[in-house]
Design a protein around this ligand. Sequence first.
Ligand code: GTA
Length: 153
Amino acid sequence: MSKDLKILCKDPALELSCYRDHQFSGSKFQQEKLLKESSTLNMGNLSFYTTEEKIHELFSRSDIRNIFMGLDKIKKTACGFCFVECHNRADAENAMWFLTGTCLDEWIIRTDWDIGFREGQQYGHGKSEGQVRDEFREDFHSGRGGFGRQTQI
Ligand code: GTA
């Protein structure tokens, strides 16, 4: 396929986001290569009440390998994100295309490519042990633990 045609055929739902894992030890180029070949999705903006069973149901049309729920490091309770490993890139692209913008438990979920699950990645990196982004949120959401943590201090 020519370069011009490739640009025209690009599906925005499958593009890389601007998020990069700053704990990744390799280069920016290596991280982008892994993201472009990955069959693991990161799902964010989940309700804290969304269960692993609900994620399985959501992926009922895809054949998935594993789900890792994002957890508060201390309480070990769900904190609004998860990783879904698919069997291959094509399955992951289908899931990404199908799920982007889907509403789950009243929340519009965010999907992103992930370089592949590493042990420990299921825990939030926030100072209060949940997700970093929740510490900067200023609004109130009962489904995401109330106010952002920093505004509660
Ligand atoms: N693939 O978008 C993502 C993603 N996010 C947001 C988190 N993870 C993601 N993976 C993919 N795509 O280890 C994964 C990572 C991480 C785990 C826990 O979930 O594997 P975390 O949010 O607790 O920690 O996530 P992380 O990702 O190390 O924090 P980071 O990069 O500092 O900030 C994440 C987001 O928080 C930013 O993108 C931004 O939306 C928000 N944020 C950070 N700082 C600020 C700030 N000062 N003000 C406002 N918002 C902020």
